[in-house]
Design a protein around this ligand. Sequence first.
Ligand code: PEP
Ligand code: MN
Length: 366
Amino acid sequence: MKNLTSWAMENVKRQKTESGKKIIIAGPCSAESPEQLLETANALVLNGNVDYFRAGLWKPRTLPGSFEGVGVEGLKWLRMVREETGMKVATEVGSEKHVAEALKYDVDLLWIGARTVSNPFVVQEIAESLRGVNIPVLVKNPLNPDVELWFGAINRFLKLGLKDVGAIHRGFSIWGKSIYRNPPIWKIPQLLKERIPGIMMINDPSHISGKRSLVPLISRKALENGADGLMIEVHPDPKKAMSDAAQQVTPGGFFDIIRSLNLEKTSYNGTNESSVDELSSEMDMVDDLLIHTIANRMDLSRQIARVNSPGQLTTARGAKWEQTLKRLLGMATEDGLRPDFIHRLFNEIQKESCHIQSSCSGIVEK
Ligand code: PEP
Ligand code: MN
């Protein structure tokens, strides 16, 4: 893999301008009708910050029967948007057939979706269909937090001679509850940047958040973490959107986000009032998550009690618990938490687990 890294480093073209202008991509999750596209684009063009107007035409959906995009028809609408507003247009491609269609309509930028990136054969086919074509390509992270798979997908394009290849960080699928739709795991884009220094990293706060209330906060966090731009989903009437209704913002909401980010500045002090509000609402969500996590743990204790034979108690105690605590305290220290605090917290949690197991299996605790 070492060769690939140095190859990528030599060939990646940094798209950021000298002034550090952030690349902004905005538009609906899906193209739904020519009217919806034009209404969004006419509103967005008023904000001089938008570099590319986005709209998905081919939508890889989780469930069959969901709206899977308008397909080729939408390419005419994208062309109309470009002609009427002068904005460059971008769409997602998931096959070599999509690439061929998009190129016929001179789409200005293509991105590869997270589901597609997870399939190296398809990525290779798409890359080969772009051989010799001078078009920017952005590669989303795969669904799973696998930096090598992401790195590999980007390299498939670089190796075929494409120069404008960047990355989009859209978060990762996990099992279980989270305040995010796709937790960002900020370490992963960081690792990719270490693998390919100079790679352009666009953040997609919409797919990370899954809900519009969280989009401003993630956008700010992304810029603080060094993102080179943002891709934000915007719909004129988000609640009626045919895909990703909960996370799209209105053009007005988008303007507010861009204004609050103060894009000319390169760093944020996070001390203004709205930032404190946003941070405390994120803290509320983390508190909710803590409750769900503790409830999950107690539920596991209940399940163990059911599986155990009557009178048996499996909750770790004594030497086994000391060992577990040691591991947890090591992790806590790495994360900058005070060991004493974590020690007390986990002893309380463990006491409750013992209590639950005892009551479930009829043991009376001493
Ligand atoms: C999208 O950009 O609308 C999309 C489908 O995203 P992802 O591939 O990140 O799920
Ligand atoms: Mn979407």
